[in-house]
Design a protein around this ligand. Structure first.
Ligand code: GDP
Ligand code: ZN
Length: 305
């Protein structure tokens, strides 16, 4: 019997077996199977299940090979990595131009992250009903920029329903990682899609202001129209995992195609003479915001944090 892990508490797992939900446990033997990862079974995993000898409990006997997975550092131990979710078809980053304003730097970091995992990523600009004239033109510029880089861009309003048809088409039958800062409208969008499809209740521990232990696990919501929404806590902590400074440019498609024309083959596109990227920036072929994001990420990975 195989099924898909849709929720995990660390000791129990909720498994979707052809539409039926089962609770399963992990067999002791599997716990240490994957070195360096604090969770051997992740939300999104396809697993093989077995009944124990008395036929009482269902156990996870095997995790089937993953197509991909998103990891982050464990919030409790810097050296531990934690699989947030696996077997994702795509990601949707919900952003807003105001209340709150999502920075372009944050968007670019997210795109580099999902780029390293080869997860196609779309942007949803939510709260379309709130846009004033100035924001409207920023929305246009942003749409053009990210579409030119190969990302789908949706304009949504969870409030008015604008764009919901396109969103349905985008999500239908797919496993989609839903991300975005708190307050951009992820829960509202989920509810507008399917009333009652509440995303996680935001549990915040009063003492530290950080999420409680349970919120470090992602959760999958099954959609009536087919497919799943993967709800993740703490995407801010994603970090750029395991990227060498020389690799960063490869995740900026507008730079990747030009790098081979740089004079030096180890060019980092900072201030080197004969740099094709800097030249394209000067000619307006690369957006200054994208170049700034590149430099900022480059500094982070060079610092080796
Ligand atoms: P989340 O933290 O990303 O899940 O955001 P919520 O769904 O909780 O939304 C945060 C706030 O924004 C709530 O007060 C929502 O009512 C509001 N909101 C969400 N979507 C929209 C929208 O499309 N238009 C407007 N005007 N407000 C919205
Ligand atoms: Zn260069």
């Amino acid at each position: 019997m195989t099924g898909r892990v849709i929720q995990s508490t660390g000791s129990w797992y909720e498994i979707d077996v052809e539409g039926q939900l089962l609770q399963a446990r992990l067999r002791g033997k599997m716990r240490t199977q994957i070195a360096g990862l604090s969770n051997p079974v992740a939300v999104g995993d396809w697993v093989r299940l077995e009944r124990d000898e008395e036929g009482k409990d269902t156990n996870i006997a095997e995790v089937l090979p993953r197509d991909n997975y998103i990891i982050r550092r464990s919030p409790r131990n810097k050296h531990h990595k934690h699989i947030v979710a696996s077997n994702l078809d795509q990601a949707l980053l919900v952003v807003t131009l105001s209340s709150p304003r999502t920075s372009l730097g944050f968007i670019d970091r997210f795109l580099v992250n999902t780029g390293t995992y080869h997860i196609p990523t779309a942007l949803a600009i939510n709260k379309a009903d709130l846009l004033n004239a100035k924001e409207m033109s920023r929305k246009e510029a942003m749409t053009d920029l990210y579409r030119s880089l190969g990302h789908e861009v949706l304009l949504l309003s969870a409030l008015s329903g604008e764009g919901m048809g396109e969103l349905r088409a985008f999500l239908s039958g797919k496993t989609t990682l839903l991300a975005g800062h708190s307050g951009v409208g992820k829960s509202s969008i989920a509810n507008a899609l399917e009333p009652g499809l509440g995303l996680r209740v935001k549990e915040v521990s009063s003492s530290s202001g950080k999420g409680l232990h349970t919120t470090t696990f992602a959760r999958m919501h099954k959609l009536d129209m087919g497919g799943y929404l993967v709800d993740t806590p703490g995407i801010k902590e994603f970090g750029i995992v395991d990227l060498e400074p020389a690799e960063v440019g490869h995740y900026f498609p507008e730079m990747a195609g030009r790098m081979e024309h740089c004079r030096f083959n180890n060019c980092m596109h900072r201030n080197e003479p004969g740099c094709a990227v800097l030249q394209a920036l000067e000619e307006g072929l690369i957006a200054p915001s994208r170049y700034d994001s590149y430099i900022s990420i480059l500094e982070d990975v060079s610092a080796g944090d």
